[in-house]
Write a protein of this length. Sequence first.
Length: 129
Amino acid sequence: MQLLLWVVHHGLANDAGGRVCGMAVGESPQVQTLSEREVSSFVEFRCDVEVEDPLTELQIAVARTLAKERAFAPDQILEHEQRRCSIRLRLEPGFDDARAIVEPLAQLLRAFRVRGDRVVSTDGMRASV
């Protein structure tokens, strides 16, 4: 079972109205978009649901990908695989450094967790424990 985190920009990355973030869990979860507009940049991070600290794995994957691909073309898709995680991304100005890539996904990881085969809010987890 996999955890999938994604950010998709439709238009410029600094255009907050064009950004869609999401989190899904399943055997082969898919990125969901809410717009027909062209995707200008994105990040897709996948890891096993058993990974203890997905945020740390995300940070490592982003750092390794950016270190490996110091120079890249604007439309180039960058990919990196680790033992239990993988990342795919296409960067653009405003969405081309580690902080800009990690932060929207880190917000999701702070707000939601995987419990069994479902994504639940962290507030809901505290209330039900």
